[in-house]
Design a binder for this molecule. Structure first.
Ligand SMILES: [Zn+2]
Ligand SMILES: [Zn+2]
Length: 495
């Protein structure tokens, strides 16, 4: 068995050297006996060794974020329940399986304990799996709720919760998750850079209609691809708060984390780059934060697919948004997925590099739309404040308030107001209802007093499977390298 372990090359000067798909040996790096079934970043694993390796990575991704039980002998005890966000995609399907297997299912690997089947120590009292259906966003999108519900049925220890994207505009949903009913619905006009807020006390907008108006008023396709995950995320968070959840688990793989990091930075989300991989959310009026964990952020999409395949998991697949393909998120995805094929370590370097970034300034408050921290000092950029009066048709607004802009982070403001590079801006102004939490936040007296705590305790040093990997490097020519990444170069003099 060769052990020419030279992982130091990763991210180093040999960055763009194409490596062979696997090491010199075709045998598994763990057991050394079996012929390998899968190559994970140049290391070969057999089927038997692959699953425990992924399960261990998963637990290492979760458990440093859970408190130890008082006086426990290395036992963990969470302060609340656990919620798995299920999208129907591969990553979240795998994470649901891992949560169930690691923390809820009776253990099958230990023969002892005749009287009672051995359960893992319950870390969380209750488990939930939450699906946010987005099919109402455009007509003709398929509602996959039943398929997702069936897929989740196997895990009967976890309760299935359905949320729909239009709930973001639904007062009755908002009160059902413990939100304070607001006196009036708030509207803005995205075509107006100032984002003036108008309040209407008796509008009674239909949630689906309000959702569609909101989405169709967004300036670009990129903004739509950005806004929908934001709404999904915040819906999950408020659902989690209502269910007494302390940990929200998302199935973001290394591949999708790298995609969202690059695409978020490119859209002005640089300040919250840390929140993409490790985030705590303090609900308004709450004193205990909810931890949002992505335990597969060190596991590539290929490994997730292998887990799903070998464990026979039903992957429903996410419904594709019509019209996507040329927006920043889709282009970033093409780039990263392409990069991963030839330069798998580079994708992990993206995530590792971003993990080292820290914002220069602190945060004073949270963004009322995405609920993430707003950069300190951003007020200088937003000093202008104006109060105007508006009327729509025959309805006279009961009162007009200031601009929405100061309550938004840079990224959300860009999402709502950015202009398309092609200059095709929507000139028609339309009044768009704001999501329920945003209305509630603006109308709450204590808004300006919200503080984001910065007690992000770091998880324990992660040991990397890299230590057991073996590498072979070879030099590739300029042409070959250029061929591999050529599609993504802006200037291409070749051809
Ligand atoms: Zn093996
Ligand atoms: Zn925001």
């Amino acid at each position: 068995m060769s052990s020419c372990g030279a992982p130091a090359a990763e991210g180093g000067e040999a960055l763009m050297q194409k490596r062979q798909k696997y090491d010199k040996s075709k045998n598994c790096v763990r057991c050394k006996d079996n012929i390998g079934n899968i190559v994970v970043r140049h290391a070969v694993y057999c089927k038997n060794c692959f699953s425990p390796m992924i399960a261990a990575k998963f637990r290492r991704g979760v458990e440093p974020y859970v408190n130890e039980a008082p006086k426990g002998r290395r036992r963990l005890k969470a302060s609340g329940n656990i919620l798995v966000g299920l999208s129907g995609g591969v990553g979240s399907t795998v994470i649901l399986d891992l949560v169930n297997q690691s923390y809820f299912a009776p253990r099958t690997d230990t023969p002892g304990g005749k009287e009672h089947p051995r359960f893992n120590e319950r870390i969380w009292q209750k488990g939930f799996v939450c699906y946010v259906d987005i099919s109402a966003v455009f007509p003709n999108m398929r509602d996959r709720t039943n398929e997702v519900r069936n897929a989740a049925k196997t895990y009967d220890a976890l309760e299935f919760i359905l949320v729909r994207l239009e709930n973001a505009f639904d007062d009755s949903w908002w009160t059902s998750v413990g939100g304070k009913p607001s006196n009036s619905e708030l509207f803005v006009d995205f075509a107006d850079q100032d984002l003036l807020i108008t309040a209407i006390s008796d509008s009674n907008t239909d949630p689906v209609a309000a959702l569609r108006t909101f989405i169709s008023a967004l300036p670009t396709q990129t903004a739509i691809s950005q806004a929908i995950p934001t709404l999904v995320r915040v819906l999950l968070l408020y659902t989690a708060r209502h269910l007494g959840v302390s940990h929200v688990l998302l199935g973001t793989s290394l591949t999708s984390l790298s995609i969202s990091l690059i695409s978020s930075i490119s859209q002005g989300g640089g300040f919250t780059v840390r929140e993409e991989s490790d985030e705590q959310w303090m609900a308004p009026g709450s004193t205990t934060p909810i931890r949002i964990i992505k335990p597969l952020q060190d596991v590539g999409m290929k490994e997730c697919s292998a887990w799903a395949w070998w464990h026979g998991l039903p992957v429903v697949q996410k419904e594709k948004l019509p019209g996507t393909g040329q927006d920043i998120a889709a282009l970033t995805k093409d780039f990263i997925v392409g990069l991963e094929k030839d330069y798998p370590s580079t994708v992990s370097t993206i995530a590792k590099t971003c993990a080292k970034l820290a914002p220069k300034h602190g945060s004073v408050r949270r963004c009322l739309l995405c609920e993430r921290p707003i950069q300190e000092g951003i007020d200088d950029w937003l000093t202008r404040t104006s109060i105007r009066s508006l009327s729509i048709g025959n309805t006279t607004p009961r009162f007009s308030t200031a601009r929405l802009t100061p309550s938004l982070c840079y990224s959300c403001h860009t999402t709502l107001t950015s202009k398309s590079s092609r200059g095709a801006t929507k000139s028609t102004s339309s009044f768009v209802r704001l999501p329920v939490w945003l209305s509630a936040g603006l109308q709450s007296a204590e808004y300006s007093m919200f503080q984001i705590p910065d007690e992000r305790d770091q998880p324990a040093e992660k040991t990397s499977a890299k230590d057991t990997e073996v590498w072979q490097t070879r030099k590739i020519g300029q042409q070959e390298m250029k061929h591999a990444i050529g599609d993504f170069l802006i200037e291409d003099s070749g051809q």
